[in-house]
Design a protein around this ligand. Structure first.
Ligand code: TXA
Ligand code: MG
Length: 334
């Protein structure tokens, strides 16, 4: 069994943080909650530790990792924040916004963590534990979501244990993640800022701060963010989008008032009976996992509005519904 320590009471949390500091300092892997999802963290400047992250997740090496820092100063040691990036950092950090910026010549985030790119993805999470660990280590922490590559992201410690198990040295259990979808990833490279991944900070909020409309990725075949592959965030079951009825044998992912015939579904999870997108985001990944456990081969997902956090929710559902790579399809059938 992988070691799991609680962050839920103060004394235990101190011990857990101490243990995490030791593991990270020794080049190990620690899974910890952030406001978005659980991340799988390691010293971003240690190529061997970072290689273990890729191996644990089964993640393709062309897909770079986010470097988590304790604040703007550590961010600026790793990358060049232009006026736009600086403004967003001041406004939204700590919080679910990742800024992709040109890397600094003296930056220590290793090549493998950046997948060899000249840019670096930086984020200051709300989690005090993650920020203190980066500060104490004196270096950024690389941290992808703590799931097998392509699968549903974890919002509970138990999800991490089920997905990655022994591949992790230590899991810190801080309970459920309040935001529930990953950070918004925004490229501030040259020209106008580009939305690479919708996420926990709605694009409209960023646009309101900047007073400009964000460019969006439209060419799905050549993602500018290497992680935005068509199939991702996928449960084992198939997903049918914009469902207006439940077919025999299907499980139902509901939003708002359930569909007629919902009682016929193999299992039902309602993301938010009152139609609240914040609540729906927080529940999304847990609900997908539970519907998967029902054994249904197909999940019917009701339509969800696209404003606010709805953009991130719809992005994840579209990718979960996308055709899977062959190997995944074989696994899903098992
Ligand atoms: O909320 C989150 O962002 C979580 C928590 C743990 O912080 N982390 C997370 O990491 O979602 P991950 O690895 O699952 O997703 C990171 C995304 C990927 O789509 C990756 O391709 C993109 O960020 N990314 C990282 N570095 C990049 C870069 N230099 N240029 C473009 N995209 C980059
Ligand atoms: Mg991920």
């Amino acid at each position: 069994m992988v070691q799991m320590l609680s962050l839920l009471d103060r004394q235990a949390a101190e011990r857990a943080e101490h243990a995490a500091r030791r593991v990270l300092g020794a080049g190990g892997l620690v899974a910890m909650p952030t406001e978005t999802v659980y991340g799988l963290f390691a010293d971003a400047s240690d190529p061997q530790a970072v290689a273990r992250i890729f191996a644990a997740k089964g993640r393709p090496r062309f897909n770079p990792l986010i470097a988590h820092v304790d604040g703007v100063a550590m961010a600026e040691a790793q990358g060049a924040l232009d006026a736009t990036a600086r403004r967003l950092a001041d406004w939204f950090w700590p919080g679910p916004l990742t800024l992709v910026v040109p890397r600094a010549a003296q930056g220590t985030v290793c090549d493998l963590a950046r997948a060899g790119l000249d840019s670096v993805a930086l984020r200051v999470p709300r989690s005090g534990v993650v920020r203190r660990l980066a500060r104490d280590l004196g270096r950024p922490l690389a941290g992808p979501s703590a799931n097998r590559s392509g699968r549903v992201s974890p919002t509970l410690a138990a999800h991490v244990a089920a997905d990655l198990g022994e591949a992790v040295d230590l899991i810190l259990d801080g309970g459920p993640c309040p935001v529930g979808v990953e950070s918004t990833v925004l490229a501030c490279l040259s020209g106008a800022p580009r939305l690479l991944r919708p996420g926990g900070i709605p694009a409209e909020e960023i646009e309101a701060v900047l007073g400009v409309r964000l460019l969006r990725e439209t060419d799905g075949n050549r993602p500018a963010s290497p992680g935005q592959l068509a199939s991702h965030y996928a449960p084992r079951a198939g997903l049918r989008l914009d469902a207006r009825e439940v077919h025999p044998g299907e499980a139902l992912l509901a939003f708002g008032a359930p569909l007629d015939g919902a009682e016929e579904a193999r299992a039902v999870e309602n993301l938010s009976p009152t139609g609240d997108l914040l609540q729906a985001a927080a529940r999304l990944y847990g609900a997908l996992r539970r519907l998967d456990e029902s054994g249904a081969a197909m999940i019917a997902a009701m339509p969800i509005p696209r404003d606010g956090l709805g953009e991130a929710i719809n992005d994840r559902l579209a990718r979960a519904a996308a055709p899977r790579p062959k190997e995944d399809a074989a696994q899903a059938a098992r």
